[in-house]
Write a protein that binds this ligand. Structure first.
Ligand SMILES: [Fe+2]
Length: 349
């Protein structure tokens, strides 16, 4: 371990000698200077832990010297030793030079040794604290980097899982479209209309994403509908209608174990509810129908009107808009119909 270093600056040689004798057995490495200028040269080239300086010296006085020491080596402990018990000098030395102690000549040896010892201990404690702070800072930086990397990894994994999940969902939709050729592309188009409505209604990103997913899956329950009913070219009987209506419940049953998003499930169950309560499966009325289901109901109906079905030809856009407006506030939410019919032409592919 390196010895602690002390610099003594005094223009009286006998003082330097006396202090050297006093401190020689204390284990300090000592430096001496008979002027402030020489003292500063030592400060610049040596790692000095504590400096004891006289005040009244030829050339640079003690306060100026201490101020310079503070600038060059701010951690060095500074002690002022002077024959003049001038309170003004003491205050100036403490305020300007950050002096640790101010001691008057003649000093008491025991007191001076104890002050030096305390100063050196203070210096070493400060250094230890600095090292600890640096260590904490570097560990904090390292921790932040680890945290950042970890968050990145979690985000990547989450995206990967979500992509896998969406791929699986798309496979489900493809499976439905393979079974029911009449509705090929319907889910995708209805989803585009639903996304358009969400944007116009300034819905949140998360809610919109859920509505998009629900819209893509709204008719997934048709997987459970018998082919002869789905493919029927003649007018559907009441029994056929009753059977087709079960698709909302079948869809809900298929998705509930795999999708924990209530918005999606509500869309699947309620997208055939009507504002006047004449819809199914629960006959909900007005705003008791979840907003997400009211949005998909309009998007679904709009695309259905524009698409050909085995039992009817596709309607053109003008007539589709007329039809939606005819049932606005009866089957469909009036505000949503307004949104899609106002700019309907521009979003039809
Ligand atoms: Fe449906």
């Amino acid at each position: 371990m390196k010895p602690n270093t002390i610099l003594i600056v005094d223009d009286e040689e006998n003082i330097l000698k006396t202090l050297e004798r006093l401190l020689e057995d204390e284990g300090y490495k000592m430096f001496f200077a008979d002027s402030g200028l020489k003292g500063l040269e030592i400060i610049k080239h040596e790692d000095i832990h504590l400096v004891i300086s006289d005040h009244r010296m030829a050339g640079m006085d003690g306060i100026k010297f201490i101020n310079e020491v503070k600038k060059i080596s701010p951690d060095t402990i500074r002690i002022m030793l002077t024959g003049y018990a001038d309170v003004g000098i003491a205050i100036k030395a403490i305020n300007e030079g950050g002096v640790y102690r101010f001691i008057t000549k003649p000093w008491n040896n025991v007191e001076l040794l104890s002050t030096i010892k305390q100063g050196i201990e203070y210096y070493n404690l400060q250094k230890k604290l600095d090292r600890l702070n640096k260590l904490i800072q570097s560990q904090n930086t390292e921790l932040k980097e680890w945290n950042f990397k970890l968050e990145q990894k979690v985000a990547d994994q989450t995206k990967h899982i979500r992509d896998l999940f969406l791929d699986a969902i798309k496979s489900l939709v493809f499976a439905l479209e393979a079974k029911d050729k009449n509705t090929e592309g319907h889910a995708r188009r209805a989803t585009e209309y639903a996304a358009y409505i969400c944007k116009k209604m300034s819905l949140s990103k998360e809610y919109t994403e859920d509505i998009i997913l629900g819209s893509l899956l709204h008719d997934i329950g048709k997987i459970g509908i018998k082919d002869p009913v789905l493919d029927k070219k003649e007018k559907l009987t009441k029994t056929d209608y009753d059977h087709i209506q079960t698709h909302v419940l079948i869809g809900e049953r298929i998705l509930t174990p795999i999708i924990k998003k209530e918005t999606v499930i509500k869309i699947v169950r309620h997208h055939h509810e009507h504002i006047d309560g004449s819809g199914y499966p629960d006959g909900l009325k007005g705003k008791t129908i979840p907003l997400e289901a009211r949005i998909v109901a309009v998007a679904d109906a709009y695309d259905a009107l524009l698409s050909e079905r085995p039992y009817r030809k596709a309607t053109n856009n003008i007539n589709a808009i007329k039809e939606l407006r005819k049932f606005s506030g009866i089957h469909f939410d009036a505000e949503i119909v307004e949104i899609i019919t106002t700019n309907g032409c521009s979003i039809v592919k």
